[in-house]
Design a protein around this ligand. Structure first.
Ligand code: 5GP
Length: 347
């Protein structure tokens, strides 16, 4: 047994220190980033926020709505090839360019992504996603997908430490997805005791990835726009959001009426709800590592995404970053023991 003594940080442990800035208004801030990806050599530009590949977040409707803001969607892996074919037929090129095709790591998954990617050359992102990215099996799958699709942008995860980020990038991933346990409907830390505070995971993994010319996605744990900024400030190239984008019209979740109010169901992809829907129940050898919640229904995602992007723009003005790219260079985090004042309740 060994203990690492260094304190690891979550979003709630820090705030940005404001810096002198010449920016007069949030409107002067540019959130668009341009990347050239390491293995695929693809150039891409857009706003690097991603709707998570969860049942009631990463939907086709979400992809269409968010692409209007140049924001990305990792489309969940439970659509059929036929549904993808219909989507590809009606979506414009910009929407397809902002979409990730999610996949697991089985042979069937491999066949399915081959069929989906064959539908359009405009589909350039593959998101290989398993809960425990430390499995050797993930590395082998990344090598297999890289060999089959040399010019697609491959994201793989989830991991939380630099050693595994490097291994996945060397295996062919352009982007590594970072986060174990921080998610709003995740119970991994409760069920297994495994995890890593998300801001430290981002800081350490970004450093490892950038050293090799790779990129990372900070995935999970953002509860407000300020957390999204902190993820970018810590060095995340992309930030993935689940709960913050759930319970909207575009999320397509099940609506529930209670006391005259409308709510929408939202559940983790390893929850009993998800396993009942997609795999016929929780297998005997495993515990569900996600929960099911009902959230107040929030209508269109339009206001929410503007609120998120407006918050990040505002962070940039406070620290004098004219482009999102500069945010991490201009970030000084101060460690704190308080966040917002909740005397009149939470936002
Ligand atoms: P959020 O933005 O809601 O805090 O986090 C979203 C992320 O939580 C997802 O992108 C995914 O990585 C993770 N996640 C989704 N469902 C589950 C689950 O059932 N269990 C665990 N451990 N993580 C989940």
């Amino acid at each position: 047994m060994r203990i690492e003594q260094e304190l690891k940080l979550g979003f709630k442990d820090v705030l940005f220190r404001p810096k002198r800035s010449t920016l007069k208004s949030r409107s002067q801030v540019n959130l668009t980033r341009e990347f050239t990806f390491k293995h695929s050599g693809r150039q891409w530009s857009g706003v690097p926020v991603i709707a998570a590949n969860m049942d009631s977040v990463g939907t086709f409707d979400m992809a269409t709505a968010l692409a209007a803001h140049n924001v990305m969607t990792a489309v969940h892996k439970h659509y059929t090839v036929e549904q993808w074919a219909d989507f590809v037929k009606q979506a414009d090129a910009n929407t397809l360019n902002k979409v990730m095709v999610s996949t697991g790591t089985s042979d069937r998954d491999f066949d399915k992504i081959q069929q989906i990617l064959a539908l359009s050359d405009e589909l350039i992102f593959v998101c290989i996603d398993i809960a425990n990215g430390y499995s050797e099996h993930l590395v082998e799958f990344v090598e297999r997908v890289r060999a089959a699709f040399p010019d697609k942008v491959i994201s793989a995860g989830n991991v939380v430490t630099g050693d595994m980020v490097e291994e996945l990038i060397l295996a062919g991933a352009d982007i590594v997805k970072v986060g174990i346990g921080p998610g709003s409907v995740c119970t991994t830390r409760v069920k297994t005791g495994v995890g890593y505070p998300q801001l430290s995971a981002i800081i350490e993994c970004a450093d490892a990835a950038h050293g090799l010319g790779g990129r990372i996605i900070g995935d999970g744990g953002c509860a407000c726009p300020g957390d999204v900024s902190k993820a970018f400030g810590g060095g995340a190239d992309f930030v993935m959001l689940g709960g913050m984008l759930a319970a909207h019209t575009e999320s397509g979740g099940e609506l529930v009426e209670k006391d005259g109010k409308t709510f929408m169901k939202f559940y983790g992809m390893s929850s009993e709800s998800a396993m009942a829907k997609h795999s016929g129940g929780v297998a005997k050898y495993r515990a569900a590592e996600g929960k099911t919640v009902v959230l107040p229904y929030r209508g269109s995602v339009e206001n929410t995404i503007q609120d998120v992007l407006g918050g990040v723009r505002s962070t940039c003005t406070y620290v004098g970053a004219e482009h999102l790219k500069e945010l991490t260079k201009r970030t000084t985090f101060i460690r704190v023991q308080e966040q917002e004042n909740n005397v009149y309740g939470k936002e």
